[in-house]
Write a protein of this length. Sequence first.
Length: 393
Amino acid sequence: MGMAVSLLKVCVLGSTGSIGKSTLSVIDQNRDSYEVAALTANQNDKAMLEQCLAFKPSVAAMLDEQAAERLRQALKDAGSQTKVVQGTDALVALAAEHDIVVSAIVGAAGLMPTLAAVEAGKRVLLANKESLVMSGQLMMQAAQRSGALIMPVDSEHNAIFQCMPAPGVDGQEAGIEKIILTASGGPLRKCSLDELAVVTPQQALAHPNWSMGPKISIDSATMMNKGLEVIEACHLFSVGLESIEVVVHPESVVHSMVAYSDGSVLAQMGNPDMRTPIAHALAWPRRINSGVAPLKFTSLSGLHFEEPDVERFPCLRLAYEAQEIGGVAPAVLNAANEVAVDAFLNESVSFLQLPNIIENTLNEVKNYHASDLPTIIEADKVAREVAQKLIAN
Ligand code: NAD
Ligand code: MG
């Protein structure tokens, strides 16, 4: 390679997951611009070992102590230079040290490292929507203070970003009427209530268009994912609930749209593959290769749009309610949902019990007057306890 150019150093939080792997695939195709400097994961040391050997990061962090020890030994045996660190603090420290941080941990566990990256003023590729749902105002304010650039990776929000005027332009002046958030409807879109009552985890996990981690797959089946995304959009684009419309679009080709006052509607389209929003978020305002096949319009069977059904999928309504209550309610919603989804995956509760657990938790945990970080963390903890109790009974 001729002249030495400085590569942008990327830290991937949650590298062994679905988004993490897609991110590494995009970076692999753009090694002349990006360097994988740090990887983190929970406990899958086998997957981490492979990634370390392929990308040679200077450091790898495992949350789990035994997994860290196994990884350290395996890397040593392989003659690798990658240093292994362990634990939450190590993970949070790494998030504040690199040019680009990819926030791809699942669930509330992503909150502290994501906030650390935002506070450190990094370019943050946000896939971990739960952290923004929990701490939206705090995180957006922190970004303003630090100059962090939060780039949405969630396909809908990345699409909206692409259909918006340049960041910083006033939405009203730009004539934005509405954000139209598309939803696939998930694998159970056509199921009756009777059918939903007996749905198994396997059926709920089988998403027709996207291949994703288990938690977000269940969220897609209940449509809680869309509820979390509505809240995510409120924060990312500083709009109220009334400016957002959810439309079910089963083909997942139109990833979302923005409607303007002159009647124009801008849509972002593409094959349903997360490498497109990841590549966009990495390189914006440039464009880089993602490895995603071009969209072939003449092979599409059609594009369909329908109303969401909150009778069969009440989680969407619950998310709106939590956002309307404000304060820590979205964090409570998120915590109860995480506990409920785990219980469903362990077959301790049925599919239709999920919204009940979440609604009852929301009703029980609402006596907080502050929404600073300690209060959010406390509300998250209490909501988990309440949801666990509801499940045990
Ligand atoms: P996943 O389950 O496939 O991967 C999760 C990653 O987080 C793994 O690397 C795991 O080791 C790590 N992790 C799990 N628990 C952890 C903990 N307690 N501490 C530290 N690390 C932990 O999940 P995913 O599907 O890649 O989703 C990741 C995030 O991206 C979620 O917030 C999800 O909502 C969001 N997202 C995913 C997709 C998708 O297509 N998969 C699309 C949009 C948004
Ligand atoms: Mg999405």
